[in-house]
Design a protein around this ligand. Structure first.
Ligand code: MRU
Length: 345
């Protein structure tokens, strides 16, 4: 059983606190829109699809807390909650895609009672959640044949069950290859500065019984040169129409290394991660995070507090470095015109 990042039960939202993994497995109930915003901002819940799912439920939580009396009050609460949640993190388009879906339900209220509209909003959030689970499964099915018997696979960050409703994107193809009976090795980049690879991917894959080796980010070139890697597969936070792809900082470097070593580099993502409103990756907003993540990671002092720090959380890999995009519809190539219905923020 893979870990569930988000649970919705009896009208109540809880998440697995990913900042505490792998040391502690702690579920947190989120019963205000502020707590949902904070969970996304502080990476308690993270990964593009999971952020979208959590934000959709966040709108429902925001509406409930407002205790709205009229349909108009509900609509207003949807817009206020969605506007607020949209300020949590800028890069993963799944956030804005999910919030747009919730706004659309409110927009189409057309004479519904307040309680009917609230029920429709909850149903939409559940649909987004269920849909992501199915999308991830389909990604796994379409990509699994890329992992042959004895293959060495490198991944960066965490694009696993924890980053989605379940199964993951990049990791879904590993779970599918495992289910099909093949044995292979995964190399997980630790993923500086917040160690999603070490804390989350290594935890998730070892729990699943997949042969996993953790390496520091700066070891990938050497490991490739030693011939240990046959395939690189990563997730994505936003894919522009030309195929340029934003993903966790360091992904671009891995793609360059893969090119230098003649190793195929794939991106796995559902349609909700494609942003066709952007022609190229240059237009993708890149989140910059607090300097303390680099100077004081996990409470340790590893640099002087007063040093200047640049901390972009994502980079953009040019489409030319990407062999293909593993989606729920199969392996596709840019330019994209009909994969996505996203409108961006
Ligand atoms: O900052 P994070 O941990 O939210 O970044 C996550 C990533 O970059 C993932 O690779 C991406 O969201 C894909 S998740 C299926």
């Amino acid at each position: 059983m893979k870990p569930l990042s988000i649970t919705w039960k009896d009208g109540s939202l809880s998440i697995l606190d990913q900042t505490l993994l792998p040391g502690s497995v702690v579920e947190r109930q989120l019963d205000t829109v502020e707590s949902v915003w904070d969970a996304i901002k502080t990476l308690k819940v993270r990964g593009a699809p999971a952020i979208g799912v959590c934000a959709a439920y966040g709108v429902v939580v925001g509406v409930h807390r407002r205790n709205p009396r009229s349909t108009q009050d509900v609509v207003q609460a949807v817009h206020d909650s969605a506007d607020y949640l949209a300020t949590s993190r800028p890069t993963a388009v799944n956030l804005f895609w999910a919030l747009d879906r919730m706004r659309r339900v409110a927009h189409e209220a057309n004479g519904a009672s307040a309680s009917d509209l609230i029920a429709a909003l909850e149903a939409e959030a559940v649909t987004i959640h269920e849909e992501d689970r199915a999308l991830c499964m389909a990604i796994g099915r379409h990509g699994s044949s890329l992992i042959g018997e004895g293959c060495g696979v490198l991944t960066h960050c965490n694009a696993g069950a924890l980053a989605t409703a379940e199964h993951g994107t990049a990791l879904s193809i590993m779970y599918a290859a495992q289910a099909e009976g093949r044995r292979f090795r995964v190399y997980a980049d630790e993923t500086r500065p917040l160690l999603q690879g070490a804390r989350l991917t290594a935890w998730e894959l070892t729990q699943a019984g997949i042969d996993t080796t953790l390496i520091c980010d700066n070891m990938a070139a050497q490991v490739m040169r030693e011939g240990k890697i046959d395939l690189v597969v990563v997730g994505a936070d936003r894919i522009a129409a030309n195929g340029d792809t934003a993903n966790k900082i360091g992904t671009y470097g891995v793609a360059l290394l893969a090119k230098a070593h003649g190793i195929p580099f794939y991106v796995a993502a559902p349609y909700s991660t494609f942003d066709l409103s952007l022609a190229t990756g240059e237009q993708i907003p890149i989140e910059e995070r607090d300097s303390s993540e680099i100077t004081h990671p996990f409470g340790a002092i590893v640099a002087p507090a007063e040093v200047k720090v640049y901390n972009p959380a994502f980079d953009v890999t040019p489409a030319a470095l990407i062999h293909g995009f593993i989606t729920e519809a199969g392996i596709v190539h840019p330019p994209f015109s009909a994969v996505s219905t996203t409108s961006g923020e």
